[in-house]
Design a binder for this molecule. Structure first.
Ligand code: HXC
Length: 257
């Protein structure tokens, strides 16, 4: 069976998963879901990986879940198999995930990008949740993550009309972290991931966990959670090293412990 992804290590402590179904604009079939989630979970367990890039091609990050695979399925099929629940594995990855998005990020493609932590868009990126035009609704988190990212009014607009949003609109709306020229996207993804991976891994994992907690809890509980994590960074080698390096005006030598 031909694989749906490529995996490489483009820089120290950086892993990259590249979606590779060019004839289907990287549509996410069940095989792709299995391969992406299994690989990400393996990389997450690797102490030598400090950041994971998820990317596609210059034309498409991913044009959605695979419509041809979905079309013949019945309610009983998708309910019994709990379609798309497998993506939850990716949201449990604790290593920072950097989405580098060029071209189409539609439906499940937009939802996949939103599972990631930092979302860098090429200036040709197009985001949307066009499921409504197929007679269905988002099924991989679009109605929840898009609404949290850009607010109800714009999320409703996109989800009810199925229209696409370009990179500028996506940045204004707060969906993407930043925009870069399309030809600079691969390098920018690696530079950003390298920067994240060069920091203390326990600290970056805790930072990710703390930010994500903001979506799950009250402000006072979230502040307490953050403070307790902050306290626990003082049990790490890297806190001692990072602060000593600052005091001694040298670069820190993090051990990720
Ligand atoms: C399966 C897809 C696909 C998809 C594209 N292809 N998107 N196959 N599933 N989501 C295939 C096309 O059938 C075609 O195959 C090839 O990729 C190239 O696509 P074209 O349409 O010829 O390219 P283009 O004219 O450039 O148009 C690009 C596009 C269009 C605007 C992105 O492909 C498109 O609208 N795609 C569907 C987008 C979409 O609705 N996504 C949401 C999916 S639902 P052939 O064999 O003809 O060359 C979803 C649900 C999530 O994500 C969970 C809810 C249940």
């Amino acid at each position: 069976m031909t694989g749906t992804i490529l995996v490489d290590h483009p820089a120290d402590r950086v892993a990259r998963i590249t979606l590779d179904r060019p004839t289907a604009l990287n549509a996410l079939n069940l095989q792709a879901m299995r391969e992406i989630t299994t690989t990400a979970a393996e990389l997450d367990r690797d102490p030598n990986v400090g950041a994971i890039i998820l990317t596609g091609s210059a034309k498409a990050f991913a044009a959605g879940a695979d419509i041809k695979e979905m079309a013949p399925r019945s309610f009983s099929d998708v309910f019994a198999e709990d379609w798309f629940a497998g993506w939850d594995t990716l949201s449990r990855v604790r290593t920072p995930l950097i989405a580098a998005v060029a071209g189409y990020a539609l439906g499940g493609g937009c939802e996949l990008a939103m599972i990631c932590d930092v979302l860098i868009a090429a200036d040709n990126a197009k985001f949307g949740q066009p499921e409504i035009t197929l007679g269905v609704i988002p099924g991989m988190g679009g109605s929840q993550r898009l609404t949290r990212a850009i607010g109800k009014a714009k999320a409703m607009d996109l989800i009810l009309t199925g229209r696409m949003m370009d990179a500028d609109e996506a940045e204004r709306a707060g969906l993407v972290s930043r925009i870069v020229p399309a030809d600079a996207l691969p390098e920018e993804g690696v530079t950003t991931a390298s920067k994240v991976a060069s920091t203390s891994k326990p600290a970056s994992m805790m930072a990710k966990e703390a930010v994500n907690r903001a979506f799950e809890t009250s402000l006072s509980e979230g502040l307490l959670f953050e403070r307790r994590l902050f306290h626990s960074t003082f049990a790490t080698h890297d806190q001692k090293e990072g602060m000593a390096a600052f005091t001694n005006k040298r670069k820190p030598d993090f051990r990720h412990t």
